[in-house]
Write a protein that binds this ligand. Structure first.
Ligand code: AGP
Length: 606
């Protein structure tokens, strides 16, 4: 939710911190700031808005200091402005924080009674004064240990000290934090992405741990303040280029990358020679698994729902799904023969991580479907299925969604085959169809001008509906989410058969309604539901697949025909026009497509 960087070096750090903050902006972009130490002074600069405004408002090039911390913010406590921006500093301590301090009000009252003055409305500022208070009576390591014990809630911290100008303290509980190792300098960062441009050697802190980062030494400590050793990991070298290339936005690039990312995903898991799926090192015997629970948030939750439909169609396993923020507080009945699958692009989503932690504590079988293999969710699951999409920078998830449902579909095909619930011929047929998917996506991406023309109708409407049945229903939800988060228009995904139970009242003359009606077993039913909304004045955008038979209805405003494939794979193709619809709608509105308002790419607070 926020991005943290810290650098301890033998040379000036301000421009390296600034560059890292630009890379971190996908994690939050309400405000930004940095603090360096030089000549016994904390030089704190911060401003509302993007990192660019920091550069415009301050002469950062001449900001002295070989030690510094930086932060990009997604507001939790306190409106986005320069006072609430991080870092927060006292006369001798400066702090950047990602997370939520749940007992900040109580601590603030006690610190005020001890004479501390607060400038901001944030929970973070409490940490500054607590450390300042504890340093009065304890040495650094003890003061840090005491402070962390007094904090309730989640945090990833970067802390510098006016009177100890050669080190940065980092601490982690519930929000990710990594250390990076460079030449004559070392780093602290929210995630590997923040550090990748400076190093490929990292160490991840675990919950309760803190570290002391100097330019030539890094020390790690456990919750009790005892020194510990930690592994140094080598980051995956797939240094996909992070720039937009010829594209106007990362999202546009990531939509067009999908044939490639799907091809890569298939290559990773499909053994061409033996026409088989290889899920290497799957740690369980298939007979040990009698039910599957899938958990995720937002788009990742839609992937879980898509997997549920495939599992019900291709296996006789019991399947349940849950939104992570609901699952983590439910009175769950954990069963040994259930496989829990956690779907997360970033692998850092706090709610999903908390759900995983709950399953780990109950010694459940856990599997992560993630895009970032160095992430917390990946590291703490028994088994990881990477989606191999390369960094997804656009906050609105596109290629990662297709990557998630691809890996889930591949896993489900394998499970179905191992349980002998599809025969060899069907299995091979489905693998053959799967291998044709990238070229079908390529063709479907060609629907561009037609969608661009349609998008303004959605912009002028006060709301829209996205309808689908069966395999198309998760895609209807995903399409509605894309439109909401990019063009800030109210859009609702709904099961087509459910409209008559209330939402039909929403339909009025000219309201745009997207109907996903591929020629699968639900086709006729969905077309009748489509009639119901047309009869009440809706302007229907019908998305179906190519076929010789005419669509069974007139009065359709627009039709988009995606390529033909087996029913299992139609959801991949139906998704593409919806991604583009949301993109062009936001483009026409002139909104920030890669960083929509109020959002962040990785929601690491609950
Ligand atoms: C999707 O477009 C959104 N960016 C959001 O719903 C996202 O999918 C959700 O926050 C989960 O993120 P994760 O996949 O990184 O866990």
């Amino acid at each position: 939710m926020c991005g943290i960087i810290g650098i301890s070096s033998n040379k000036s750090v301000s421009s390296s911190i600034l560059n890292s903050l630009k890379k971190l902006e996908y994690r939050g972009y309400d405000s930004a700031g940095l603090a360096t130490l030089s000549d016994g002074v904390i030089n704190e600069v911060k401003s509302e808005g993007r990192v660019d405004s920091l550069e415009k408002n301050f002469d950062l090039k001449n900001l002295k200091g070989n030690i510094g911390i930086g932060h990009v913010r997604w507001a939790t406590h306190g409106i986005p402005n320069s006072v609430n921006a991080h870092p927060h500093s006292s006369h001798n301590v400066s702090v950047v924080h990602n997370g939520i301090i749940e007992n900040s009000t109580t601590l603030k009252k006690s610190l005020i009674s001890k004479g501390h003055n607060f400038k901001s409305q944030t929970d973070t500022e409490v940490i500054v004064h607590l450390i300042t208070e504890n340093l009065r009576s304890s040495e650094l390591e003890l003061a840090i240990t005491k402070t962390l014990k007094q904090l309730q809630g989640s945090f990833a911290l970067g802390i510098v000290f006016k009177d100890i100008p050669d080190l940065i303290v980092g601490a982690r509980r519930g929000s990710p934090l990594a250390v990076g190792y460079g030449p004559n300098e070392n780093y602290l960062g929210s995630d590997s992405y923040a550090l990748k441009s400076m190093t490929n050697k990292v160490t991840y802190l675990d919950d309760g741990e803190f570290c002391i980062v100097k330019k030539d030494q890094v020390l790690f400590f456990n919750e009790q303040g005892k020194k510990i050793n930690k592994k140094i990991l080598e980051l995956s070298s797939n240094e996909a280029n992070y720039d937009k290339g010829d594209f106007k936005h990362f999202m546009a690039k990531e939509i067009e990358e999908q044939p490639t990312t799907i091809k890569t995903g298939i290559k990773e898991y499909v053994d061409n020679l033996n026409k088989d799926i290889s899920i290497f090192n799957f740690p369980w015997n298939i007979d040990e698994i009698n039910s599957i629970t899938l958990i995720g948030c937002g788009t990742a939750y839609h992937s879980c729902l898509m997997a549920k439909y495939w599992l019900e169609e291709l296996t006789s396993l019991e399947v349940s799904i849950d939104i992570a923020s609901e699952f983590r507080y439910r009175r769950n009945k954990f069963k040994k023969d259930t496989l829990y699958i956690f779907v997360s692009q970033s692998g850092e989503t706090a709610d999903t991580y908390a759900a995983l932690d709950l399953c780990n504590k109950n010694k459940m079988k856990t599997c992560a479907v993630v895009n970032v293999i160095e992430s917390s969710i990946a590291r703490d699951s028994n088994f990881v299925l990477p989606i191999h999409c390369g960094p997804e920078i656009g906050v609105a998830s596109t290629k990662a969604f297709l990557g998630q449902i691809l890996v889930l579909y591949i896993l489900i095909l394998k499970i179905s085959s191992l349980r002998k619930e599809i025969d060899k011929d069907q299995y091979h047929e489905k693998i053959k169809d799967l291998k044709a998917l990238p070229s079908l996506i390529e063709k479907t991406l060609l629907h561009d001008n037609d969608i661009q023309a349609i998008s303004s109708t959605f912009n002028d409407a006060k709301g829209s509906m996205f309808l689908g049945r069966g395999f198309s229903y998760p895609i209807a939800l995903e399409g509605a989410l894309k439109l909401k988060e990019l063009s800030y228009i109210h859009a609702e995904g709904y099961p087509a058969g459910e409209m008559k139970h209330g939402p039909l009242a929403l339909i009025e003359e000219g309201m745009p309604v997207v109907v996903l009606a591929p020629r699968d077993k639900y086709y006729k039913k969905t077309i009748s539901n489509m009639q119901e909304v047309i009869a009440r004045g809706a302007k229907v955008l019908l998305i179906t697949n190519k076929s010789d038979n005419e669509v069974v209805s007139e009065n359709i405003w627009e039709t988009i025909e995606v390529e033909n494939t087996n029913d299992d794979l139609l959801p991949f193709l139906l998704t593409i026009p919806l991604q583009k619809l949301a993109y062009y709608s936001a483009l026409k509105k002139g909104y920030d497509i890669d960083k929509p308002r109020n959002l962040a790419k990785s929601v690491t607070v609950e």
